[in-house]
Design a protein around this ligand. Structure first.
Ligand code: MEV
Length: 317
């Protein structure tokens, strides 16, 4: 039973354009927010047990399944920080599919943290927000770089290096993207561990992670000068390196191949991989629409067509 007092919080999806996995090792990543793919959370004072209501579970918070352990921990930590002593109900509504490399876990955590602080009428400094998201992400992912927390809570395209304040990437020319989900979710904790094992075997300096780092470094001037043919070529190279890390499933490979057959400027998996989603850079809005259809015909289960216009102006058709 609810008491009436409630707080709300929102966050959104993200796509990593360049640098996933390498970003865990201190190399840069470029991430764009997907503000139209939203998560919202409501925190309500209630009677009885603490309660969670989300896509995957509806019931007492303490009985939530282990997949939601990170979220549970975040809620406990958040309640402690806001000194909330009464039973609470948390309701989460999300358009971001979980396990698709689009920032679902970070965005859910951020929306819930914001809802808790809103409920308490307490200010939520950005640093605290990021700390709370990290509580959940560390449980979900093991060693999150923090890029998802940043990109799902702000509206700027970001140049992100672990442990540093992110920089805004200037986007002088609109970027027409297609994000396509395969039929199979991935598990970021698993792929990050798999990459870690490979990286330890190869040693740093020469392997795919280092090459992704170098390709991502080259992408920033390409983005800032609007040299999208070159950016696309870099994306294709990064995809090859991610495939060498065993992060690309055959289904994602097929989607990438279909996009390139239809003359996309670039295409690669996005996020942790092991299933999940891929991102395509199109030449213009016409090709963006055409590629969205091509990817659906090639087996994508869902497509989004974001246009990234630069600071605070991202939009999705
Ligand atoms: C996940 O969206 C991106 C990874 O690089 C992990 C991370 O940065 O925490 C795979």
């Amino acid at each position: 039973m609810t008491h009436g007092k409630s707080g709300r919080g929102d966050a959104h999806g993200k796509a990593i354009l360049m640098g996933e996995h390498a970003v865990v090792y201190g190399f840069p990543a470029v991430a764009v927010p997907l503000p139209e793919i939203k998560v919202s959370a409501e925190a309500t004072s209630r009677e009885g047990d603490d309660w969670l209501d989300c896509t995957y579970y509806r019931g007492p918070l303490q009985n939530a399944p282990s997949e939601l352990a990170g979220l549970r921990l975040l809620i406990v930590e958040g309640l402690e920080r806001i000194k909330w002593r009464r039973p609470i109900g948390i309701t989460i509504r999300s358009d971001i599919p979980a396990g698709y490399g689009l920032g679902s876990s970070a965005a859910v955590a951020a929306a819930v943290a914001r809802a808790l602080y809103h409920l308490a009428g307490a200010p939520l400094p950005r640093e605290t927000l990021l700390e709370l998201v990290a509580v959940s992400e560390t449980m979900c992912h093991g060693e999150p770089s923090g890029v998802d927390a940043q990109a799902t809570t702000g509206l700027d395209p970001l140049w992100f290096v672990r442990g540093r304040s992110p920089e805004i990437v200037a986007i002088p020319t609109p970027m027409y993207l297609v994000v396509a989900a395969s039929s199979q979710p991935g598990n970021t904790r698993h792929t990050v561990q798999q990459v870690r094992a490979l990286q330890e075997r190869l040693g740093s300096g020469t392997g795919p992670i280092d090459r992704i780092g170098a390709l991502t470094a080259a992408s920033r001037p390409a983005i800032e000068h609007g040299d999208y043919p070159y950016l696309g070529a870099l994306m294709i190279e990064v995809h090859r390196e991610l495939a060498a890390l065993n992060a690309a499933t055959s289904e994602v490979e097929q989607l990438v191949a279909a996009a390139l057959r239809h003359e996309a400027l670039g295409a690669k998996l996005t996020g942790g991989g092991g299933g999940g989603s891929m991102v395509v850079l199109a030449k213009d809005i016409q090709q963006q629409r055409q590629l969205a259809d091509v990817l659906m015909s090639a087996g994508a289960t869902r497509v989004w067509t974001p246009i990234v216009r630069g600071t605070g102006l991202s939009a999705i058709n």
